[in-house]
Ligand binder design. Structure first.
Ligand SMILES: NC(=O)c1ccc[n+]([C@@H]2O[C@H](COP(=O)([O-])OP(=O)(O)OC[C@H]3O[C@@H](n4cnc5c(N)ncnc54)[C@H](O)[C@@H]3O)[C@@H](O)[C@H]2O)c1
Length: 204
């Protein structure tokens, strides 16, 4: 994220921004580049700590809490961020992963509930958030930007990560469709395909 610039006056919501890994790096980089940043996380203490850190450094920031697996809470985070920042220009979805949520096992050992969980926290909530923020961008008439943290696992063989890889793969399709349907409205979506990055996550 080093070298981000040109975000002066932009209003950005980072879902999963309270994290110690990529989420925190994203909120710090966006704020350093001049953006006002709403930090959302399932853990209110993490969101508050991240927002406090940004404000202490002189940036505009607010904290919101919500579980992305709840439609109501996800909606509340997006509407709350727009209310507190006076609108939204960019949505960044960071929440995701496998080992933080379910065990890494071979595909034939994977139970349905774990497949659903991985799908929920890597693709379903992103699609819901994208749909909600598209409506907001269209109402604002300002265009908009959506960035999702994906993974190289979405386009490579992923032993013991089949559900994770399949869910991340869906993000690329979603982004291509947003581009095709909303480019004329000034709205774009990009997916950042991370490789292995050292964070708090236990090893796969
Ligand atoms: N770490 C890696 O090696 C790696 C590699 C490729 C892609 N990625 C992707 O990067 C993203 C961030 O991963 P990270 O390991 O850096 O995590 P992170 O440290 O950025 O933390 C993510 C945050 O999400 C929050 N969160 C978890 N469940 C939530 C929920 N249900 N609702 C709201 N918030 C929730 C956590 O509290 C945490 O603060 C994920 O999408 C992951 O798939 C990570």
């Amino acid at each position: 994220m080093a070298g981000l610039s040109g975000l002066d006056g932009k209003r950005i919501l980072v879902i999963g921004g309270g994290g110690a890994g990529i989420g925190r790096a994203v909120v710090r980089s966006c704020a350093a580049a001049g953006a006002a940043v709403a930090v959302a996380d399932v853990d209110p203490a993490r969101a508050t700590e991240a927002a406090d850190e940004l404000r202490a450094a002189g940036h505009v920031s607010c904290a919101l809490s919500g579980d992305v697996r709840s439609i109501e809470q996800l909606d509340g985070v997006i509407v709350g961020a727009a209310d507190q920042l006076g609108g939204l220009d960019t949505l960044i979805t960071v929440v995701g992963g496998q080992v933080a949520f379910v065990p890494a096992v071979r595909l034939h050992e994977m139970i349905d509930d774990d497949w659903d969980t991985v799908y929920d926290v890597n693709l379903r909530y992103v699609a819901r958030a994208v749909r909600r923020v598209l409506r907001l961008f269209l109402e604002q008439g300002t265009g908009g930007n959506i960035v999702s943290i994906g993974s190289v696992t979405g386009f490579m063989a992923a032993p013991k990560q089949a559900g994770y890889g399949a869910a991340k793969a869906g993000l690329y399709s979603l982004a291509r469709t947003v581009a095709a349907e909303y480019a004329a409205d000034g709205i774009r979506m990009n997916v950042v395909a991370g490789g292995a990055i050292s964070t708090e996550l236990p090893p796969t």
